[in-house]
Design a protein around this ligand. Structure first.
Ligand code: ATP
Length: 664
């Protein structure tokens, strides 16, 4: 407590009003957060610091928040650091004058590159004192590393890291003890962790958002000489949450909030074409009866669930005032897909009625058979190149199926009911065969009708149905939410566990027999968002063709690492260790027969499914379906979802045969 009070009163000796926020001050807060797992305390540290930034150096609020959420820019800006473990080790070695071999040996022993950097540094006396790091300087330095391109990019990235590392920790008088307090407030440690993409503070993005709201409300009250009430704090939080869900860009929100105050934020920051929002997601169901139970007494609607790629299409017509206009397609995780679908973008204006000047559509792009005039399987779509596609070279044509409208002619329509949005959609757009269509829907409420519609959807090469609330407030579009107001029924999970899972590949085992030159089986994990760790969930060796195994080997052998990352949660037993470990990079879709508890895996082990808190959940007879390159590792199926699936299954089938949690 005393350390905390002192830190609040005197966050850093060099930090005066108007001067750049010292990076050391932020790292101090990080280190306090790292020592606790209690969400409320984490939030308190976080908002306290943000409040200081507001008070002393509001210009640095944006880079501070970005460094807290381990991001350099909003997702749609497409800025990626693109740095693996080996590059980081090289930079640490070169900065501290230690050989790569020694660094590798340290990494093998310590297992945390951040701490390896601290250890390397503390054994090296500094000849002269470099200028201390600032939050904005670190942000700029990291940005420079991320945006290097062209010849010798790798080398220049290493140089960028070295520059940051050699200026770090110059203020620390004593040697850092890496075994004490998790290495303490070392700048080098947090720079390295930022580069690795995991700060491992237990500081979720959502916590930063709430802390920011609290800090701003408290600061605004303080300026007026008041103390904020609980209602003020709750209102501020709700405003910021809504605004962020419609306009997920701190780059836009923070300057607006500083200028206009949090109370007026909604007026200034609304959904706008050009800034993708996180899509609304659906909950899985296992039977039509489950859907009927959920929507009992309320009107719902069924739509075909097309099997393609989610596409959020943004458009603003060019005109005299906004000369450049907007014309973009974004993926499920806000990546810009405009270079993948130039053919679609070229046609946008032919889909609209004359007075449709701007819109945001939620759609699915699906491969289209021009001759037979029908939807093609998902695999066809995947053969399209992802980048630099030239319209004249395109072999796989796509048809866009629109199922929702979020913005029309200068106005967000997310709060309208689905029935109203659908009406607007049909009045503002014109279907064109094989290019643009409305998702097929049916408003029947009876089990038989739904069953027939489901069968038809399958005949039309769809994955099943989406069933959505049709009227009232609840049928509004809820960005970034997995909502009970959207349910999915997939054709092939009517008897299984309810849904396929999207899992991260953490490791692999060399093949046996025919498969000795490739990996024959893999260790997969789900993502625990609250601890920011990957929890192992199964080994998988089924569903791969020989060709796929070769391709996977080529891809994965590039990203091997010497030992598991400290944020991998796996069983320690030697015999269960994979032969090689990987950086957390690829997400695969996997099907399973059912779920079972196993001492060998860690998925959901803290979710209370095993009363003893030892066993995790694992997949029985998992089967590889496809690579999900539209998902990042932290968008994999979460531990909570796995636990939810397990619980649902338990309530259906109480007893089960002996567990078979191995697949090879
Ligand atoms: P997750 O596995 O995280 O739930 P997902 O991307 O695998 O997400 P599902 O939840 O299985 O997707 O299904 C929702 C997806 O189905 C949407 O993201 C969208 O891409 C697709 N889709 C196809 N048709 C529709 C439709 N009519 N309405 C909504 N989504 C649709």
């Amino acid at each position: 407590q005393t350390m905390l009070q002192k830190h609040e009163k005197d966050p850093h000796p060099d930090w005066k009003a108007g001067t750049p926020v010292p990076y050391a001050a932020l790292c101090k807060t990080f280190s306090l957060i790292e020592l606790t797992t209690k969400r409320l305390i984490i939030m308190e540290h976080c908002s306290r610091f943000l409040r200081q930034v507001m008070r002393l150096t509001p210009d640095d609020l944006l880079p501070t928040v970005l460094l807290m959420i381990n991001k350099l820019a909003p997702d749609y800006a497409g800025i990626e650091l693109g740095i693996g473990e080996s590059l980081i080790m090289k930079a640490i070695g070169e900065t501290t004058g230690r050989s790569l071999q020694v660094i590798k040996a340290d990494q093998k022993e310590i297992g945390d590159l951040g701490l390896v950097a601290v250890k390397s540094r503390s054994t090296q006396p500094t000849m002269f004192k470099p200028k201390p790091l600032t939050v904005r300087g670190v942000h700029q330095g990291l940005m420079a590393i991320a945006t290097v391109t062209g010849n010798g990019a790798q080398g220049r990235k290493v140089d960028g890291i070295k520059k940051l590392l050699s200026s770090s920790d110059s203020h620390l008088k004593e040697k850092v003890d890496i075994n004490k307090d998790k290495g303490g407030p070392s700048e080098a440690k947090y720079i390295i962790r930022f580069l690795e993409g995991k700060l491992r503070l237990g500081l979720a993005d959502r916590t930063v958002l709430v802390s920011l709201a609290q800090a701003v409300v408290a600061h605004e009250a303080e300026v007026k000489g008041k103390i904020p009430s609980t209602t003020d704090l709750e209102n501020g939080e709700s405003i910021l949450k809504t605004v962020y869900s419609e306009l997920p860009s701190y780059d836009v929100i923070i300057p607006a909030m500083l200028q206009h105050g949090i109370q007026n934020l909604r007026e200034h920051c609304k959904l706008r074409p050009g800034v993708p929002l996180k899509p609304m997601l659906a909950k899985p169901t296992k039977a039509i009866t489950e859907v009927l139970d959920r929507f009992e007494g309320q009107t719902f609607t069924c739509e075909y669930k097309y099997d393609g790629e989610r596409a959020q299409i943004h458009y603003v017509a060019k005109d005299a005032s906004q000369s450049s206009g907007v014309s973009s397609i974004f993926s499920r995780n806000s990546e810009d897909l405009s270079k993948k679908y130039p053919d679609v973008l070229a046609k946008l204006t032919t889909w609209v009625k004359e007075d449709t000047k701007s819109f945001v559509l939620d759609c699915e792009t699906v491969a289209w058979d021009m001759l037979e005039k029908k939807v093609l399987p998902f695999q066809q779509l995947m053969t399209r190149k992802r980048k630099d596609v030239k319209t004249e070279d395109i072999k796989v044509k796509v048809c866009v199926f629109a199922f929702d409208l979020l913005y029309l002619n200068g106005e967000a329509v997310v709060e309208k009911s689905l029935r109203e949005r659908r009406e607007l959609l049909s009045t503002a757009f014109v279907p064109i065969e094989g290019e643009f269509a409305f998702a097929t829907h049916m408003n029947g409420q009876e089990l038989d009708e739904i069953q027939t519609f489901l069968d038809e959807s399958v005949k039309a090469s769809c994955e099943g149905l989406m069933v959505k609330m049709l009227d009232g407030k609840e049928s509004g579009y809820e960005p970034s939410k997995r909502s009970r107001n959207w349910l999915k029924i997939k054709k092939d999970y009517l008897s299984g566990v309810g849904d396929s899972l999207d899992l991260v590949v953490l490791g692999a085992y060399y093949g046996k027999g025919k498969r000795t030159s490739v990996y024959g089986a893999f260790l997969l994990a789900c993502y625990n968002a609250s601890t920011d760790t990957y929890e192992t969930v199964c080994n998988i060796g089924t569903g791969f063709s020989e060709q796929v195994l070769e391709d996977l080997y080529a891809q994965l052998s590039q990203i091997t690492i010497a030992r598991p990352k400290p944020f991998y949660s796996h069983s320690a037993g030697g015999q269960h260790q994979p032969d090689v470990w990987f950086e957390p990079k690829y997400v695969w879709e996997v099907k399973t027969a059912d779920l079972t508890l196993s001492p060998r895996y860690k998925a959901g082990w803290k979710e209370g499914v095993d009363p003893a808190g030892e066993k995790g959940i694992s997949l029985r007879f998992p089967r590889f379906i496809k690579i999900r390159d539209d998902k990042k590792p932290d968008e994999a199926t979460s531990s909570r979802q796995v636990a939810e699936m397990y619980r649902k299954q338990e309530s259906v089938t109480k007893s089960k045969g002996p567990s078979v949690d191995d697949d090879f």
